[in-house]
Design a protein around this ligand. Structure first.
Ligand SMILES: C[S@@+](CC[C@H](N)C(=O)[O-])C[C@H]1O[C@@H](n2cnc3c(N)ncnc32)[C@H](O)[C@@H]1O
Length: 302
């Protein structure tokens, strides 16, 4: 995948685009942007210079390098493979919240889960995918919604797959331990039933119960890579991630989701995202950032 022209090659490569402790030049930023685009599909242009500077400069000091030039050389060399993966963790935005964009969870509960739960109770298989799950608040919110209707959901073939590209954020997701601020959007009744209050190093924490965790499998997955799934999904949550991709990449992802959904499966996307490209013909927009696969064949379905 080659990077679309985001940097004007006629402009001076050594011009400083952001500075503080070290200068970040146009060449440095273009190299970092090309690597993150190739690795994760994330599109950065010159307007992101200060963001890249603020996310990486402290780390560059911590690993004892002299500046962005040395860092670019390291992460583009075979010896810097681990550092390059780490760069991804620094540059991705992990903001999330329990029950973020709550209308999706309300729709799931009223319009989608009744049929899926009936199927599970009849011995059928149900699969929900949280496709960029960050530190787990999204898949745990899905699980809590399911459990509010079917407290013994784990006894059925009812599972949530939660994936993210960033192994560090996935480790937090698996741990399932959150501070009180994160729990503000979880109802007191849910907190009481599905979390345990603990103290970690003197700080109040809320630990997700194992009965919730049992419903979820966390796996590392890059949306840009091959997807290793055998079966299809009934619901996909892919929210607030494709916004970081360029338009052609977004269009490919929507088509691939069409290929991953069961007959009339649902797709929930982020508040500033819209299904675009060929996939528009196979997804009916049935609510705010809520889509339903209409079963028509298209390119993404194999
Ligand atoms: C802003 S968070 C969104 C979390 C959650 N979906 C929500 O809406 O609250 C974006 C997440 O996408 C992940 N991400 C970025 N690029 C990715 C890629 N190519 N494949 C999979 N996940 C990616 C990041 O690691 C980050 O955790």
């Amino acid at each position: 995948m080659s990077m679309p022209a985001a940097f004007d090659s006629k402009l001076p490569p050594d011009e400083c685009l952001a500075s503080g402790e070290y200068p970040l030049t146009r060449r440095d930023l273009a190299e970092i942007a090309a690597m993150i685009y190739a690795d994760a599909g994330i599109y950065l242009n010159e307007s992101k210079a200060s963001l890249v500077y603020s996310r990486l400069s402290k780390h560059i000091r911590n690993i004892g390098l002299k500046g962005f030039r040395d860092y670019c050389q390291l992460v583009s060399s075979p010896a810097g493979a681990a550092e390059r993966r780490d760069m991804l963790s620094h540059l991705t935005t992990n903001f999330t919240r329990f029950f973020r964009e709550n209308h999706h969870f309300e729709h799931l509960k009223s319009d989608v889960l009744p049929e899926l739960i009936a199927r599970a109770k009849n011995g059928g298989r149900v699969r929900i995918w949280s496709a960029a799950c960050s530190d787990g608040q999204e898949p745990y919110s899905i699980a809590l919604t399911v459990l509010s209707m079917l407290p013994n959901a784990a006894d059925y073939d009812f599972r949530i797959l939660a994936t993210d590209i960033d192994p560090k954020i996935l480790a937090l997701a698996r741990a399932g331990s959150y501070d009180a601020t994160a729990l503000e959007t979880v109802s007191p009744a849910m907190r009481k039933q599905w979390f345990t209050e603990t103290a970690v190093n003197g700080r109040q924490k809320w630990q997700v119960d194992d009965r919730v965790k049992k419903l979820i499998t966390f796996n590392e997955l890059n949306l840009m890579a091959q997807w290793p799934f055998k079966g299809q999904f009934d619901v996909i949550f892919c929210r607030n991630v494709v916004i970081y991709f360029d338009e052609p990449t977004q269009m490919k992802i929507w088509s691939r989701f069409g290929g991953m959904l069961n007959g009339k499966g649902h797709l929930y996307i982020g508040h500033s995202e819209r299904v675009s490209g060929d996939a528009k013909s196979v997804f009916d927009n049935i609510g705010i950032t809520t889509y339903r696969y209409n079963g028509k064949p298209h390119g993404g379905r194999s």
